[in-house]
Design a protein around this ligand. Sequence first.
Ligand code: FAD
Length: 254
Amino acid sequence: MQVKATVLQKDEVAPQVHKIRFFAPRIAKSAQPGQFVHIKCGEEQNYILRRPFSIHQANSSDSIEILFKVVGRGTSWLAKLKVKDSVDIIGPLGNGFSLKSRPGKIMLVAGGMGIAPLIFLADKLAKEHTKTYTVIGAANKELLLDYMNLKRLTRKITAATEDGSQGVKGLITDILPAAITEDHPDVIFACGPFSMLREVAFIARREDVDCQVALEELMACGVGACLACVVKTKTGFKRVCADGPVFDSREIEW
Ligand SMILES: Cc1cc2nc3c(=O)[nH]c(=O)nc-3n(C[C@H](O)[C@H](O)[C@H](O)COP(=O)(O)OP(=O)(O)OC[C@H]3O[C@@H](n4cnc5c(N)ncnc54)[C@H](O)[C@@H]3O)c2cc1C
Protein backbone atom coordinates (compact mmCIF):
# COMPACT_ATOMS: atom_id res chain seq x y z
CA MET A 1 0.00 0.00 0.00
CA GLN A 2 1.07 3.58 -0.64
CA VAL A 3 0.74 6.04 2.24
CA LYS A 4 1.70 9.57 3.22
CA ALA A 5 3.62 9.02 6.44
CA THR A 6 4.41 11.79 8.93
CA VAL A 7 7.79 11.92 10.66
CA LEU A 8 7.22 11.45 14.41
CA GLN A 9 10.87 11.30 15.53
CA LYS A 10 14.31 11.55 13.96
CA ASP A 11 17.66 10.89 15.64
CA GLU A 12 21.25 10.66 14.46
CA VAL A 13 22.26 7.52 16.37
CA ALA A 14 25.87 7.35 15.08
CA PRO A 15 27.88 9.48 12.66
CA GLN A 16 25.88 9.55 9.38
CA VAL A 17 23.42 6.93 10.70
CA HIS A 18 19.84 8.02 11.34
CA LYS A 19 16.70 6.49 12.78
CA ILE A 20 13.31 7.82 11.69
CA ARG A 21 9.94 6.87 13.14
CA PHE A 22 6.97 7.46 10.83
CA PHE A 23 3.27 7.52 11.65
CA ALA A 24 2.07 4.81 9.23
CA PRO A 25 -0.62 2.69 10.92
CA ARG A 26 -1.65 0.72 7.82
CA ILE A 27 1.94 -0.40 7.14
CA ALA A 28 2.68 -1.01 10.84
CA LYS A 29 -0.33 -3.32 11.25
CA SER A 30 0.75 -5.80 8.57
CA ALA A 31 4.58 -5.49 8.66
CA GLN A 32 6.66 -8.63 9.32
CA PRO A 33 10.38 -8.75 10.26
CA GLY A 34 12.54 -8.84 7.13
CA GLN A 35 10.08 -6.88 4.96
CA PHE A 36 10.99 -3.47 3.62
CA VAL A 37 9.47 -0.14 2.61
CA HIS A 38 10.12 1.78 -0.60
CA ILE A 39 10.47 5.50 0.01
CA LYS A 40 10.16 8.39 -2.43
CA CYS A 41 13.13 10.57 -1.56
CA GLY A 42 12.84 14.19 -2.70
CA GLU A 43 10.16 16.07 -4.53
CA GLU A 44 11.83 16.81 -7.86
CA GLN A 45 11.53 14.75 -11.03
CA ASN A 46 15.20 13.66 -10.88
CA TYR A 47 14.41 11.47 -7.84
CA ILE A 48 12.43 9.01 -9.96
CA LEU A 49 13.49 5.81 -8.22
CA ARG A 50 12.33 5.07 -4.70
CA ARG A 51 14.89 3.84 -2.13
CA PRO A 52 14.35 0.57 -0.20
CA PHE A 53 14.82 0.33 3.59
CA SER A 54 14.23 -2.57 5.94
CA ILE A 55 11.50 -2.11 8.51
CA HIS A 56 13.64 -1.62 11.59
CA GLN A 57 10.75 -1.70 14.03
CA ALA A 58 6.96 -1.66 13.80
CA ASN A 59 4.62 -0.73 16.58
CA SER A 60 1.48 -2.55 15.48
CA SER A 61 -0.83 0.26 16.47
CA ASP A 62 0.66 3.12 14.51
CA SER A 63 4.32 3.55 13.60
CA ILE A 64 7.31 2.10 11.76
CA GLU A 65 11.01 2.90 12.03
CA ILE A 66 13.86 2.81 9.54
CA LEU A 67 17.58 2.88 10.37
CA PHE A 68 19.81 4.06 7.56
CA LYS A 69 23.27 5.22 6.65
CA VAL A 70 23.81 8.29 4.47
CA VAL A 71 25.48 7.06 1.28
CA GLY A 72 24.10 9.25 -1.52
CA ARG A 73 21.40 11.64 -2.66
CA GLY A 74 18.32 9.78 -1.41
CA THR A 75 19.64 9.06 2.06
CA SER A 76 21.01 12.64 2.35
CA TRP A 77 17.50 13.91 1.64
CA LEU A 78 16.02 11.56 4.26
CA ALA A 79 18.61 12.71 6.80
CA LYS A 80 17.35 16.29 6.45
CA LEU A 81 13.71 15.43 7.23
CA LYS A 82 12.15 17.09 10.26
CA VAL A 83 9.40 16.05 12.66
CA LYS A 84 5.95 16.62 11.04
CA ASP A 85 7.33 16.35 7.46
CA SER A 86 5.31 14.02 5.23
CA VAL A 87 6.87 11.26 3.11
CA ASP A 88 5.46 8.98 0.40
CA ILE A 89 6.05 5.33 1.41
CA ILE A 90 5.04 2.03 -0.20
CA GLY A 91 5.03 -1.10 1.95
CA PRO A 92 5.33 -3.47 3.54
CA LEU A 93 7.07 -5.19 0.61
CA GLY A 94 8.83 -8.53 0.08
CA ASN A 95 8.94 -11.72 2.09
CA GLY A 96 10.37 -11.58 5.60
CA PHE A 97 12.11 -14.17 7.78
CA SER A 98 10.36 -17.52 7.93
CA LEU A 99 9.59 -18.75 11.44
CA LYS A 100 7.41 -21.64 10.32
CA SER A 101 9.36 -24.46 11.91
CA ARG A 102 9.50 -22.83 15.41
CA PRO A 103 13.21 -23.28 16.09
CA GLY A 104 14.35 -23.68 19.70
CA LYS A 105 17.41 -21.44 19.54
CA ILE A 106 18.00 -18.60 17.13
CA MET A 107 21.20 -16.74 16.29
CA LEU A 108 21.01 -13.25 14.77
CA VAL A 109 24.09 -12.27 12.76
CA ALA A 110 24.30 -8.54 12.02
CA GLY A 111 27.12 -6.96 10.04
CA GLY A 112 27.15 -3.13 10.15
CA MET A 113 23.86 -1.74 8.81
CA GLY A 114 22.68 -5.36 8.64
CA ILE A 115 21.25 -4.79 12.11
CA ALA A 116 18.41 -2.83 10.44
CA PRO A 117 15.91 -5.70 9.88
CA LEU A 118 17.07 -7.77 12.86
CA ILE A 119 15.81 -5.57 15.73
CA PHE A 120 12.18 -6.02 14.65
CA LEU A 121 12.84 -9.78 14.51
CA ALA A 122 14.60 -9.79 17.92
CA ASP A 123 11.66 -7.92 19.42
CA LYS A 124 9.15 -10.41 18.01
CA LEU A 125 11.25 -13.36 19.24
CA ALA A 126 11.60 -11.82 22.71
CA LYS A 127 7.81 -11.44 22.95
CA GLU A 128 7.50 -15.15 22.05
CA HIS A 129 10.18 -16.08 24.66
CA THR A 130 12.41 -17.66 22.01
CA LYS A 131 16.04 -18.14 23.06
CA THR A 132 17.95 -15.68 20.88
CA TYR A 133 21.71 -15.06 20.66
CA THR A 134 23.38 -12.27 18.71
CA VAL A 135 26.65 -12.02 16.86
CA ILE A 136 27.33 -8.46 15.77
CA GLY A 137 30.19 -6.83 13.90
CA ALA A 138 31.07 -3.33 12.76
CA ALA A 139 34.03 -1.14 11.86
CA ASN A 140 34.18 0.31 15.39
CA LYS A 141 32.35 0.54 18.72
CA GLU A 142 30.28 3.57 17.63
CA LEU A 143 28.88 1.58 14.71
CA LEU A 144 27.77 -1.40 16.82
CA LEU A 145 24.25 -0.08 16.36
CA ASP A 146 21.36 -0.87 18.71
CA TYR A 147 23.74 -2.60 21.13
CA MET A 148 21.65 -1.71 24.20
CA ASN A 149 18.43 -2.79 22.47
CA LEU A 150 20.02 -6.14 21.63
CA LYS A 151 21.16 -6.52 25.24
CA ARG A 152 17.55 -6.13 26.33
CA LEU A 153 16.09 -8.38 23.65
CA THR A 154 18.56 -11.26 23.34
CA ARG A 155 20.28 -13.60 25.80
CA LYS A 156 23.87 -12.98 24.78
CA ILE A 157 25.81 -10.72 22.42
CA THR A 158 29.16 -11.61 20.92
CA ALA A 159 30.80 -8.63 19.20
CA ALA A 160 33.69 -8.01 16.83
CA THR A 161 35.02 -4.66 15.67
CA GLU A 162 37.59 -4.13 12.94
CA ASP A 163 39.59 -1.69 15.11
CA GLY A 164 39.22 -3.73 18.32
CA SER A 165 37.40 -0.88 20.16
CA GLN A 166 34.83 -3.39 21.48
CA GLY A 167 34.73 -7.18 21.55
CA VAL A 168 37.16 -9.24 19.50
CA LYS A 169 39.36 -7.39 16.99
CA GLY A 170 38.40 -8.69 13.57
CA LEU A 171 35.45 -9.53 11.37
CA ILE A 172 32.09 -10.97 12.40
CA THR A 173 32.90 -14.09 10.41
CA ASP A 174 36.03 -14.60 12.60
CA ILE A 175 33.87 -15.00 15.73
CA LEU A 176 30.85 -16.79 14.23
CA PRO A 177 32.19 -20.39 14.24
CA ALA A 178 33.03 -20.25 17.98
CA ALA A 179 29.64 -18.66 18.76
CA ILE A 180 27.87 -21.50 16.91
CA THR A 181 29.90 -24.10 18.82
CA GLU A 182 29.06 -22.42 22.13
CA ASP A 183 25.39 -21.53 21.64
CA HIS A 184 24.17 -24.34 19.30
CA PRO A 185 21.58 -22.37 17.29
CA ASP A 186 18.95 -24.26 15.26
CA VAL A 187 18.80 -21.44 12.74
CA ILE A 188 20.75 -18.31 11.84
CA PHE A 189 19.12 -15.12 10.55
CA ALA A 190 21.73 -12.85 8.95
CA CYS A 191 21.94 -9.46 7.28
CA GLY A 192 24.95 -7.45 6.16
CA PRO A 193 27.15 -6.89 3.11
CA PHE A 194 26.92 -9.56 0.38
CA SER A 195 30.49 -10.79 0.91
CA MET A 196 29.82 -11.26 4.63
CA LEU A 197 26.58 -13.15 3.94
CA ARG A 198 28.42 -15.45 1.51
CA GLU A 199 30.90 -16.33 4.29
CA VAL A 200 28.09 -16.72 6.87
CA ALA A 201 26.27 -19.07 4.47
CA PHE A 202 29.45 -21.11 4.03
CA ILE A 203 30.04 -21.35 7.80
CA ALA A 204 26.38 -22.29 8.44
CA ARG A 205 26.54 -25.07 5.85
CA ARG A 206 29.82 -26.37 7.28
CA GLU A 207 28.37 -26.35 10.82
CA ASP A 208 25.08 -27.84 9.54
CA VAL A 209 22.88 -24.99 10.77
CA ASP A 210 19.90 -23.65 8.78
CA CYS A 211 20.46 -20.08 7.67
CA GLN A 212 18.28 -17.33 6.21
CA VAL A 213 19.86 -14.21 4.72
CA ALA A 214 18.30 -10.80 4.04
CA LEU A 215 19.83 -9.46 0.81
CA GLU A 216 20.13 -5.76 0.02
CA GLU A 217 20.71 -5.72 -3.75
CA LEU A 218 20.33 -2.50 -5.70
CA MET A 219 16.73 -2.35 -6.88
CA ALA A 220 14.45 -0.09 -8.88
CA CYS A 221 10.71 -0.81 -8.94
CA GLY A 222 10.57 -2.81 -5.67
CA VAL A 223 7.54 -4.85 -6.74
CA GLY A 224 8.99 -7.49 -9.05
CA ALA A 225 8.36 -5.82 -12.40
CA CYS A 226 11.74 -4.49 -13.60
CA LEU A 227 14.10 -7.40 -12.74
CA ALA A 228 16.89 -4.97 -11.70
CA CYS A 229 17.53 -6.84 -8.44
CA VAL A 230 17.75 -10.48 -9.56
CA VAL A 231 20.12 -12.93 -7.86
CA LYS A 232 21.21 -16.31 -9.16
CA THR A 233 19.73 -19.20 -7.18
CA LYS A 234 19.80 -22.99 -7.49
CA THR A 235 16.39 -22.76 -9.22
CA GLY A 236 17.16 -19.87 -11.57
CA PHE A 237 17.17 -16.08 -11.20
CA LYS A 238 15.01 -14.67 -8.41
CA ARG A 239 13.93 -11.10 -7.64
CA VAL A 240 15.24 -9.80 -4.31
CA CYS A 241 12.29 -7.39 -4.02
CA ALA A 242 9.44 -9.83 -4.66
CA ASP A 243 10.87 -13.34 -4.04
CA GLY A 244 13.08 -12.07 -1.17
CA PRO A 245 14.69 -10.08 0.31
CA VAL A 246 15.03 -13.04 2.70
CA PHE A 247 16.28 -16.32 1.20
CA ASP A 248 17.41 -19.69 2.50
CA SER A 249 21.20 -19.33 2.25
CA ARG A 250 21.50 -22.74 0.54
CA GLU A 251 19.29 -21.48 -2.27
CA ILE A 252 21.71 -18.73 -3.39
CA GLU A 253 24.46 -19.37 -5.97
CA TRP A 254 27.10 -17.42 -4.05
C1 FAD B 1 15.64 -4.68 0.59
C2 FAD B 1 16.64 -3.60 0.95
C3 FAD B 1 16.67 -3.12 2.25
C4 FAD B 1 17.59 -2.14 2.61
N1 FAD B 1 17.59 -1.69 3.89
C5 FAD B 1 18.45 -0.74 4.26
C6 FAD B 1 18.44 -0.26 5.61
O1 FAD B 1 17.63 -0.70 6.43
N2 FAD B 1 19.33 0.70 5.94
C7 FAD B 1 20.23 1.21 5.02
O2 FAD B 1 21.03 2.07 5.39
N3 FAD B 1 20.26 0.77 3.74
C8 FAD B 1 19.39 -0.17 3.34
N4 FAD B 1 19.39 -0.59 2.04
C9 FAD B 1 20.29 0.07 1.10
C10 FAD B 1 19.65 1.42 0.69
O3 FAD B 1 18.50 1.16 -0.08
C11 FAD B 1 20.65 2.24 -0.11
O4 FAD B 1 21.71 2.63 0.72
C12 FAD B 1 19.95 3.50 -0.66
O5 FAD B 1 19.04 3.13 -1.67
C13 FAD B 1 20.98 4.46 -1.23
O6 FAD B 1 20.28 5.54 -1.78
P1 FAD B 1 21.00 6.94 -2.05
O7 FAD B 1 20.15 7.69 -3.01
O8 FAD B 1 21.37 7.62 -0.79
O9 FAD B 1 22.34 6.51 -2.70
P2 FAD B 1 22.68 6.43 -4.27
O10 FAD B 1 23.01 7.80 -4.71
O11 FAD B 1 21.63 5.67 -5.00
O12 FAD B 1 23.95 5.52 -4.16
C14 FAD B 1 25.05 5.93 -3.38
C15 FAD B 1 25.94 4.74 -3.12
O13 FAD B 1 25.21 3.71 -2.45
C16 FAD B 1 25.29 2.49 -3.15
N5 FAD B 1 23.98 1.86 -3.05
C17 FAD B 1 22.81 2.31 -3.51
N6 FAD B 1 21.82 1.45 -3.25
C18 FAD B 1 22.39 0.39 -2.63
C19 FAD B 1 21.90 -0.85 -2.13
N7 FAD B 1 20.64 -1.22 -2.28
N8 FAD B 1 22.77 -1.67 -1.54
C20 FAD B 1 24.06 -1.35 -1.41
N9 FAD B 1 24.59 -0.19 -1.87
C21 FAD B 1 23.77 0.66 -2.47
C22 FAD B 1 25.60 2.87 -4.56
O14 FAD B 1 26.31 1.83 -5.19
C23 FAD B 1 26.47 4.10 -4.37
O15 FAD B 1 27.80 3.75 -4.12
C24 FAD B 1 18.49 -1.59 1.65
C25 FAD B 1 18.45 -2.08 0.35
C26 FAD B 1 17.55 -3.07 0.01
C27 FAD B 1 17.49 -3.56 -1.39
